[in-house]
Design a protein. Structure first.
Length: 615
C-alpha cells in the first residue's frame, strides 16, 4: 500500500482519479458541508474495489453511475479500517472485478463534521464585519480527506468542478475559475471549474461576505469589504511580481491569479491555491514591505502546483524550489542584495529549526521517512531553506545563473502536470547536463548526495552568502551589545533603522537574540528608541517579542498576548507560545492564553500548539 505514498490509505497502485465533481450545501448552523462527490476513476490494475481517504466524514451511501443513462447501482461500503493519523479508509466494493484501463464514475453521498481538520467555521464575531459567518479550508498536507472522500495524495493529479450552495448574501470562491452563479431560494449556487490537474491538497473553498478589487486583467484582490481598500493598495504590485516570475521560468498557465486576504486565524503566511492564493492579514504592513510572501506563493504556480511532490517525504521539491524561485524574483524586484539577505535569514531559520528538532533528528533531513508520521508534525523550515540551500549551491557550483536557469526552465517543462520524487529530479538533473554540457556531469558526480539528501542536521557545504548587505545591521547590533556593558544608550536614535528594509531589521534583532539573555535595561532602552512593541510590521514585532522572551523580559507579556490574540499564523504563534511557556513567570500565562484562544485558531494550529505546550 505504501509504495506510492505512506500517508494515504487509498489503493493508489490500482486506481487513480481523473476528475472530481463536488455538489454540496454549506450549513453554518451545523458547521458542515453536505452533498456528493462524484469521482471519475481509471484502473491501473485489475481490481474490485476503490479505497478512498476520509477523516471525520459521515458516509451516507455510494453508487456506480451508468454511462448509458441507466439507473445508478448502489455500492457496498466499508469504513471499519481506521488509522489514528490517516483517518478512515472508505472501501467501495464494485459489483464485479474490473480490468486495467477501465473507466467509471462513483458518487459518494457524505457530510463533513466539525471534527475535521480542513474547514474552519468562523462566527460573525470572528470576522472584521461582525455581521456574517465565514468559512475557509486548508487542505495541505493531508486534510482534503476531511473535506471530501478522495485519494488524498499528491501523487494523484486531477481536475475538478463544483456546485457550492451558500446562504444569501454570502459569496463562495474556490481554487478554480468561477463559471456561473444562480439563485436557489434562500441560497446562491456558485459553479467552478479547474481544468488544470492538481493534487487534492490544492482544492480550496472560502465562503463569506467578500468584496473584490481588480488589479489588472488577470489579477484581483478579495477580502472582507471593511479592508478591501487597504488590501488592494498593499498588493497592487502583484501582477508585476507575476510578470517577473514569468521571465524566470515559463508563462503563467493558470488563467487568473487572484489573492484572498483571510481573517486573522489563517494559520499560514500564504497558501498557493491555484487561481486564488490565500494570504494572512499579517502581511498588511501598510508599506508593501512583506510582499516577498506573495513572491513565494506566485512561485508555487510552477513549483508545487505545476510540478508536484509525489508524496510528503519529497516536500522539498515543492518548498525548496519555491523558496529558490522566490529569492530570484526578489532579486529582480529589489536587487541581488535583497536576495542575499533573504538567504542569510533562511540559513539562520534553518539552524534554529535544526536546534529545535535536534541535529540527529530524521526530520531535519531533506528527504525524511514519514511512514506512520503525520506530515503536519514534520512541517518546518527544513524543506524550504535546506532545499533552497541545495539549489543555490548547485547553481554556483555548476557555473551560475547563466548555466542553471536554462536547466530550471527545462525542469519545469519536463515535469509540468506530473508528481515526482527526489530520484526523478536527480535523474533529470544528470540527463539534462549530459546533453548540454558533459563537463557538468563530472562535477555532479562529486556532490555528496547522500549527505545533502538523507543526512540530518545542517547542509554539508556552506554557501558563503554575501555578508556585505547585512553588515550595517550587525554593526548596529554589536554597538547595542557594547552599550549594554557601558550603559551608554544616548548614542542611539530612530534614524539608526529608518532606512533598513524589513529583512535588515529582522537580522539586527536576530543578532541580538543570538546573544540573549540581554540585560532588561538594554531591552527597555531598545524599545524606547525604536518603539518595537508597537511596530505594525509583524515580522519586526515578532522578532522583537521573541528576543524579549528569550531574555525573560516580561514587560512585553501584554504585547505577546495581544499578538497571540489577534492572529493565528503558526510562524508567529507557535514560537511565541513556546518561548512564553519557557519563561518562569510565563508558563501559566501561556497555558491560560492558549486555552482561551484554542477555538479562535485553525484546528491545525491548535493541535500543534497543544503538542508544543504538552497539554
Amino acid at each position: 500500500m505504501f509504495e506510492v505514498d505512506p500517508n494515504s490509505q487509498s489503493n493508489l497502485g490500482e486506481v487513480t482519479t481523473n476528475h472530481i465533481h463536488m455538489d454540496v450545501t454549506v450549513d453554518f448552523v451545523k458547521k458542515s458541508l453536505a452533498g456528493t462527490a462524484t469521482l471519475e476513476i481509471e484502473t491501473l490494475a485489475d481490481t474490485q474495489e476503490v479505497v478512498l481517504d476520509t477523516a471525520h466524514l459521515v458516509i451516507n451511501g455510494a453508487s456506480l453511475l451508468s454511462s448509458d443513462g441507466a439507473p445508478a447501482t448502489a455500492l457496498e461500503t466499508d469504513v471499519s479500517t481506521v488509522h489514528k493519523v490517516y483517518g478512515t479508509a472508505l472501501r467501495v466494493k464494485l459489483p464485479e472485478p474490473v480490468s486495467v484501463g477501465s473507466k467509471f464514475k462513483v458518487k459518494i453521498e457524505y457530510e463533513t463534521t466539525p471534527s475535521g481538520g480542513a474547514i474552519q467555521f468562523l462566527t460573525p464575531e470572528q470576522t472584521l464585519g461582525k455581521m456574517h459567518p465565514y468559512l475557509f479550508t486548508q487542505c495541505e498536507e493531508i486534510h482534503a480527506r476531511s473535506l471530501l472522500p478522495c485519494q488524498d495524495s499528491p501523487s494523484v493529479k486531477l481536475s475538478y468542478s463544483a456546485d457550492i450552495r451558500v446562504p444569501k448574501p454570502l459569496t463562495a470562491l474556490m481554487s478554480a475559475i468561477s463559471t456561473s452563479s444562480r439563485d436557489d431560494g434562500e441560497f446562491t449556487v456558485y459553479s467552478f471549474e479547474q481544468n488544470t490537474t492538481i493534487p487534492s491538497y490544492l482544492i480550496a473553498l472560502v465562503v463569506g461576505n467578500l468584496a473584490k478589487s481588480d488589479i489588472s486583467d488577470r489579477c484581483a484582490v478579495w477580502s472582507e469589504p471593511e479592508n478591501i481598500q487597504d488590501c488592494a493598495w498593499e498588493f497592487a504590485e502583484m501582477d508585476t511580481i507575476l510578470s517577473h516570475a514569468e521571465q524566470l521560468v515559463v508563462p503563467y498557465s493558470w488563467g487568473r491569479y487572484d489573492l484572498l486576504v483571510l481573517p486573522p486565524s489563517f494559520p499560514f503566511g500564504g497558501m498557493e491555491n491555484p487561481c486564488l492564493t490565500f494570504v494572512t492579514p499579517t502581511l498588511l504592513a501598510g508599506d508593501r514591505s512583506l510582499t516577498d510572501v506573495i513572491a513565494h506563493e506566485i512561485a508555487h504556480s510552477w513549483a508545487g502546483n505545476l510540478v508536484t511532490t509525489k508524496n510528503w517525504e519529497h516536500f522539498w521539491l515543492n518548498e525548496g524550489w519555491t523558496t529558490f524561485f522566490e529569492r530570484k524574483i526578489v532579486a529582480l524586484l529589489n536587487g541581488e542584495d535583497a536576495r542575499q539577505l533573504s538567504c542569510v535569514i533562511g540559513e539562520s531559520d534553518l539552524a534554529e529549526a535544526v536546534d529545535f528538532y535536534g541535529h540527529d533528528s530524521a526530520l531535519t533531513s531533506l528527504v525524511p521517512k514519514l511512514d506512520g508520521v503525520d506530515p503536519d508534525d514534520a512541517y518546518s523550515t527544513v524543506p524550504y531553506d535546506k532545499g533552497a540551500h541545495l539549489l543555490y549551491y548547485l547553481e554556483q557550483y555548476l557555473g551560475g545563473p547563466a548555466v542553471f536557469e536554462p536547466y530550471m526552465r527545462a525542469y519545469i517543462t519536463e515535469f509540468a502536470g506530473k508528481s515526482i520524487t527526489t530520484q526523478d529530479w536527480k535523474d533529470f538533473l544528470f540527463s539534462y547536463f549530459s546533453k548540454h554540457d558533459a563537463s557538468k556531469v563530472e562535477l555532479l558526480n562529486k556532490v555528496a548526495w547522500d549527505q545533502w539528501l538523507y543526512a540530518p542536521g545542517m547542509p554539508p557545504v556552506s554557501n558563503n552568502y554575501d555578508q556585505k548587505p547585512q553588515k550595517v545591521c550587525l554593526d548596529l547590533a554589536d554597538r547595542w551589545l557594547k552599550a549594554s556593558e557601558s550603559g551608554d544608550y544616548a548614542q542611539f536614535s530612530t534614524s539608526d533603522i529608518q532606512d533598513f528594509s524589513t529583512m535588515q531589521k529582522v537580522i539586527f534583532l536576530t543578532r541580538l537574540s543570538e546573544n540573549s539573555p540581554i540585560k532588561h535595561e538594554t531591552l527597555a532602552a531598545l524599545d524606547d528608541v525604536y518603539q518595537l512593541t508597537n511596530y505594525r510590521n509583524c515580522e519586526v514585532r515578532f522578532s522583537w517579542l521573541a528576543l524579549a522572551l528569550k531574555s525573560n523580559y516580561m514587560h512585553v507579556a501584554g504585547a505577546v498576548v495581544d499578538m497571540l490574540s489577534t492572529q493565528g499564523r503558526m510562524k508567529y504563534t507557535r514560537p511565541l507560545f513556546r518561548l512564553l511557556h519557557t519563561c518562569p513567570e510565563g508558563r501559566e500565562l501561556a497555558e491560560k492564553t492558549f486555552l482561551r484562544l484554542r477555538n479562535f485558531y485553525h484546528p491545525i494550529c491548535s493541535r500543534m500548539v497543544e503538542k508544543d505546550l504538552g497539554l
